[in-house]
Design a protein around this ligand. Structure first.
Ligand code: FMN
Length: 217
């Protein structure tokens, strides 16, 4: 690559037919609009539209972001699951706040969500764990996520042992597996426009209700 800057400038963004978004017709609650957009993304053939970026803040104030699967959305918030002993789990224990963001490129739509994060009771976390495929359960049982890996054979051994154990004990639950709910305080919906008059609508929580208003692009 001779000139990466030039190459990047030449890549398309917000290409193709983009959907309409009329904030005046938006529903009262952000989770309703989120589910509308999510299902529209599925219908438009967006790959893995339920993958979000979760951003957390560590005890030292350092930010960190990674991809995660969306588990559910309802009036209580946006749910995801992770190991409590992982770096993100430790971040959330130290600073129980987070941001989630989704981007659906076929429609050039972004959603940004911020709020407090609460761990759900062990029964809900266990139900989420047991609903995962056995390979994913074994992966969680191996543990030590994000620790430095010095010996691949050690990982292979631990994975094999974990798989055997999951097979022998199908009801086994890894106690550190945690279902978290992000209780949104702000949710912003962003729809690109090819002529750069992007439409933005931000919801803000007021007690149990929500206010909403447009933002400058
Ligand atoms: C598409 C995708 C989905 C993922 N889903 C999850 C998930 O639901 N839960 C999870 O703990 N990690 C998930 N991961 C892995 C995380 O991105 C991350 O690598 C891992 O959780 C370690 O993060 P941490 O070191 O910040 O704790 C996913 C990764 C990708 C690329």
């Amino acid at each position: 690559m001779t000139d990466l800057r030039q190459y990047l400038r030449g890549l398309a963004v917000f290409a193709g037919e983009l959907p309409d978004f009329d904030p005046d017709a938006a529903p009262e609650r952000p989770e309703t609009l989120f589910v509308d957009w999510l299902t529209a993304a599925v219908d438009a053939g967006v790959r893995e539209p339920h993958v979000m970026t979760l951003s957390t803040v560590g005890a030292d104030g350092a930010p960190s972001a990674r991809a995660l699967l969306l588990k559910n959305v309802d009036r209580n918030g946006w749910q995801f699951a992770a190991g409590a002993a992982s770096p993100k789990g430790r971040d959330l224990a130290a600073n129980p706040v987070a941001a989630l963001s989704c981007y659906w490129p076929q429609q050039a739509r972004q959603v940004r969500i911020t709020g407090r994060v609460v761990p759900e009771p062990p029964e809900s976390s266990a139900a989420d764990f047991l609903a995962r495929p056995s390979g994913s359960r074994a992966e969680a049982l191996v543990g030590r996520q994000s620790h430095p890996l010095h010996d691949l054979r050690e990982l292979e051994r631990a994975t094999e042992q974990a798989r055997d154990r999951i097979e022998r004990e199908p009801g086994l639950v890894v106690p550190e597996w945690t279902l978290y709910t992000l209780r949104a305080r702000q949710v912003e919906f962003w729809q690109a426009d090819r002529h750069r008059r992007h439409t933005r609508l931000r919801y803000e929580r007021r007690g149990e209700d929500w206010t909403r208003g447009r933002l400058w692009p």
